[in-house]
Design a protein around this ligand. Structure first.
Ligand SMILES: *Cc1c(COP(=O)(O)O)cnc(C)c1O
Length: 384
């Protein structure tokens, strides 16, 4: 197998067999001619299969080291398809600061079908194992987890879970296969919001899933075709195009993130920095064992002399917006934005305070990003 930088560009199906085009064409078609009854040329209907989508699906499967990949209309559609493996009466364990939308779909949609969830601390192995009741059939984790960048030992959690025959699902959105490959660490399924780093340009909403066995591949293929939340051909093309530059983008993203984390850590106006790329972060050691580096995402809190509302308003370069993973730097306020669907008491308990600020570092010149943070912090001082 090639090195990952090469697979990003040449993996999956990268050359069009018919014309030699170096990019997979956008097969903008819903249906396909059959040469006679039952004589298909490999495709029959684009919900079931489309060559552009298949090229993307083969690419992400190769990048994550899985058996098969599946592309969906959003990260939540991918997660929904994967959770649809569960049956009425089953329960899924989720970590305490799982993505807000994952929490919401379990708490407010899957509950209609009597599929339940429990919240477990995946950083405490004993507490985690104790939470495995007989109805638990799957565990869904993120590492680092949004927005406190909590690191979970994917290998250890997979081992404990497999002792109890649980399906291990990892949302690898924050790291991507360039920085972390959960299937190699023992997970069974990886899901992505490809809207983030894989797409990389904040111009497409997409989701991906990769599975580790042929049996799971057959089940997810069936669910994908039955429930129909597939990614359109044009968006599949955009994602293939985005993935080609994932390596160079992430190298710069991470380089910038490290410098910014150090700037924040050394800034007396900042009371807390959560970033597993810093050596004194509680997640540093485990993260270093399972990922190439600390990734890009970080959160921080200002001391009480500063007003976080003012800080958001004073930023010039960095944009206040939902989402992350694009080439431009974005900030968000988890308590009122990404994690608003998590009840306030749970939010406070896990540390998603009202003053928490999440930063998705872009690939602009790092000095420009730091200057903007610096001036906005200074301008948001309300007390001496
Ligand atoms: C954004 C996000 C999702 C949801 O993906 P969409 O593409 O917005 O549906 C899931 N997990 C994580 C970690 C995310 O950041």
């Amino acid at each position: 197998m090639s090195n990952i930088e090469t697979t990003l560009i040449h993996g999956g199906i990268s050359i069009d067999e018919h014309t030699g085009a170096v990019n997979v064409p956008i097969y903008q078609t819903s249906t396909y001619k059959q040469d006679g009854l039952g004589k298909m040329r490999g495709y029959e209907y684009s919900r079931t299969g489309n060559p552009t989508r298949e090229a993307l699906e083969a690419l992400i499967a190769e990048l994550e080291g899985g058996v098969a990949g599946f592309a969906f209309g959003s990260g939540m559609a991918a997660t929904t398809a994967v959770l649809s493996l569960l049956h009425s009466g089953d329960r899924v364990l989720i970590s305490s600061n799982v993505y807000g939308g994952t929490f919401r779909v379990l708490a407010k949609v899957f509950n209609h079908f009597n599929i339940n969830y429990s919240i477990a601390d995946t950083t405490d192995f004993k507490a985690f194992e104790d939470a495995i009741t007989p109805d638990v059939k799957a565990v869904m984790i993120e590492s680092p987890a949004n927005p406190l960048m909590t690191v979970t030992d994917i290998r250890a959690i997979s081992e404990i879970s497999h002792k109890h025959d649980l399906l291990v699902i990892v949302d690898n959105t924050f790291m991507t296969p360039y920085l972390q490959r959960p299937l190699e660490l023992g997970a069974d399924i990886v899901v992505h919001s490809a809207t983030k780093y894989l797409g990389g340009h904040s111009d497409v909403v997409a989701g991906l899933a990769v599975v580790s066995t042929k049996e799971l591949a057959e089940q997810i293929a069936f669910i994908q075709n039955s429930t129909g939340g597939v990614l359109p051909p044009f968006d599949s093309f955009l994602l293939i195009r985005g993935i080609k530059t994932l390596g160079v983008r992430l190298d710069r993203h991470v380089e910038n993130a490290l410098k910014i984390a150090e700037f924040l850590k050394n800034n007396p106006a900042v009371s807390k920095v959560y970033y597993p790329g810093l050596k004194d972060d509680p997640g540093y050691e485990i993260n270093s064992k399972q990922a190439k580096n600390g990734g890009v995402m970080m959160s921080f809190e200002l001391t009480k002399e500063y007003d976080h509302r003012l800080f958001f308003e004073k930023l010039n370069l960095i944009t206040l917006a939902e989402s992350l993973g694009g080439v431009e730097s974005l900030v968000c306020h988890p308590a009122s934005m990404t994690h608003a669907s998590i009840p306030a008491d749970i939010r406070e308990k896990v540390g998603i305070t009202d003053g928490l600020i999440r930063l998705s570092t872009g690939i602009e010149n790092v000095n420009d990003i730091i200057s903007d943070l610096d001036q906005a912090i200074k301008a948001s001082k309300v007390k001496n």
